[in-house]
Design a protein around this ligand. Structure first.
Ligand SMILES: C[S@@+](CC[C@H](N)C(=O)[O-])C[C@H]1O[C@@H](n2cnc3c(N)ncnc32)[C@H](O)[C@@H]1O
Length: 340
């Protein structure tokens, strides 16, 4: 049964006359065709009804496969519920991986697509860069003072960072953007309001950051009615099929990730050919950092993910990304690279 679904999945596009069913491996749908409000489903001729997320084939029912993939096997999830990449539809939907026989659903207004979603006994504690931001207090304070401090390290501020990122994302206009490690959605909101993209997914590991993200947008009709989703996931296990995303943004995040190389490899996997990755982070030290200050910074930051500019370029290029560029101001770096 599962095989029948997966073979007909083609990046969440609704087939109309003139479109052929291709396998996911051979078909690349043009980014502008994807994720229009009503196009996030596939209608297949064979039929499936999902009853309490138990899938049974029946004639004349609907098969909905989704933009979201299983974080375990990366097969597309089957959706029961209204179609569409918007909060209301996702909240009212249940998702299931037919291969892993695992279900996923929305909780507190975000869709939990972590490996540990739904586990009752097992609790995972991540490294400090991840755990810090799971705190309700830090999540609350993040846009209420915490992030403003970044300007002391050379961060230009959200408005300018957004404009810079938008310039790099030019080749991906009209496509799907994933704001990885979105925090409380500082940039996700701007990307959504810009109307540059056919869909925006705000994604983070922190439940409390995502609750803040929802609180910031819940009364904003310019976002709530658009193709905007809030998803909990780990950057090293992104719940998307390979080559299905046009743009990945990761603001002030790389230094928080447990493994920047795993994360960038995973971002590279989900990007389509021509897709663009834009990230910002704090550097361990920059080319302008006085030599006298470098040894203590080396010692202090040795055991975590604060990299120097050359290391970031090295990881991006070793993952196969090309066209690497960067802007550096004090400890701030914005870097971009493209999937060939
Ligand atoms: C400093 S905040 C950045 C928020 C926002 N992007 C910005 O530019 O202000 C770093 C974010 O990385 C997230 N993060 C840390 N580890 C993560 C992981 N393994 N997967 C996904 N997100 C992670 C944290 O939850 C936090 O929200």
């Amino acid at each position: 049964m599962a095989t029948a679904f997966t073979s007909s999945y083609v990046c969440g596009i609704r087939f109309t006359s003139g479109c052929r069913l291709f396998s996911r491996d051979t078909y690349r749908c043009p980014s502008r065709l994807r994720f229009r409000p009503s196009s996030v489903i596939v209608r297949a001729s064979s039929a499936v009804v999902v009853e309490k997320l138990e899938l049974d084939i029946q004639q004349n029912a609907t098969v909905d496969t989704d933009i979201f993939s299983c974080p375990i096997c990366y097969e597309p999830l089957i959706r029961k519920g209204p179609s569409g990449l918007n909060l209301r539809a996702i909240y009212r939907s249940g998702f299931k991986c037919n291969t892993c026989n695992k279900t996923y659903s929305s909780k507190d207004n975000y869709l939990d697509l972590t490996l540990t979603a739904g586990l009752k006994e097992y609790k995972e504690v991540k490294p400090p860069g991840t755990e810090l931001f799971r705190s309700p207090l830090i999540s609350f304070l993040y846009e209420r003072g915490w992030r403003q401090n970044f300007d002391r390290s050379g961060f230009p501020g959200p408005d300018e960072e957004f404009e810079m990122a938008q310039r790099y994302f030019k080749p991906t206009e009209g496509g799907l953007l994933v704001d990885v490690s979105c925090g409380s959605g500082l940039f996700s909101r701007r990307f959504a309001k810009s109307e540059t993209y056919s869909g925006v997914i705000a994604l983070d590991f922190s439940e409390n950051m995502l609750r803040q993200c929802y609180d910031f947008i819940k009364s904003d009709i310019s976002i709530i009615n658009t193709n905007f989703a809030i998803v909990r996931a780990d950057v090293s296990r992104l719940p998307f099929a390979s080559g299905s995303v046009d743009a990945v943004h990761a603001g002030a995040a790389l230094h928080c990730w447990p493994s920047p190389s795993n994360a960038i490899a995973e971002i590279t996997r989900v990007l389509r050919s021509g897709g663009v990755f834009v990230g910002t982070t704090f550097l361990r030290y920059s080319p302008t950092t006085p030599w006298i200050i470098r040894p203590p910074r080396e010692a202090f930051f040795r055991n975590n993910s604060y990299l120097v500019a050359e290391e970031i370029e090295d990881v991006c290029t070793s993952c196969g990304l090309t066209n690497y560029k960067s802007d550096i101001r004090q400890s701030f770096i914005m870097f971009t690279a493209q999937k060939p």
